[in-house]
Design a protein. Sequence first.
Length: 86
Amino acid sequence: MDNVTLDLTSPTCNVVVNDGGNVQAVQILDGTLIFKKARDLKVDNLLTEIVLSGTFEFHAIINQLPVTMSKGRFDVGVDYENFYKY
């Protein structure tokens, strides 16, 4: 996943917002999710998870209002308990 860019307007992408338990789909007007690095996280020389780091930005309609998210950053650990392939 090093240097992979996803187009958030692609039909294969689905963006949702979780606002205090209220999960709703978001209408993305344009945007990207960029995976900058994928690193192994090992504990006692055993692979525990993969840490994905990157950036994101998008323009969207949420609750019938225009919203801009820019210069977003993320670091997320992925393992068998929180990664699903549909």
